[in-house]
Write a protein that binds this ligand. Sequence first.
Ligand code: SF4
Length: 178
Amino acid sequence: MTKVKIAISWLDACAGCEMSLLDIDGAIVDIAKAVEFTRTPITDIKEFPNVDVGLISGAIGNEEHEEEAKELREKCKILMVMGDCACFGGPPSMRNAFSKEEVLRRAYIETESTKDGKIPSSPELPALLEKALPVNAEVKVDCFVPGCPPRAEAINYALTELLQGRIPVLPSEMMRFD
Ligand code: SF4
């Protein structure tokens, strides 16, 4: 059986979405058997190859995130975003009420635990964007799995549909969080 090639990208994220992915328990074994993981946060592969499915969690918060989302979009047939950060901006977008300068000053200089703070300025560091953005502000997204984190059954449903070659349309009961 030909395996479905997947690449995974973590942008401005907390790993909670991936914890929810692990919560699909035994089903992850069937999924793992059907896919070939390429570049992911846990594989040491530097470039995105051409893949069937791209999976992004996290908002786009800096220039490196922006480049990575664009590169993965070019290399995948179907792009799925997972979690409220990737779908809508989520918690990273809480900074959007402030200017980039205010955010950096608060983080590196004004926090109560900081003494003689300094805003990092190395050219090797990716520049923060003015706003934290949902992924579809920069690239076309084919499938959204919202939630913070998304429910494990929603992730399982979406991945199972993708492995069957279908673009998932999540049932409404999987989009409820009460
Ligand atoms: S959606 Fe929630 S759980 Fe997922 S990366 Fe964002 S903050 Fe973390």
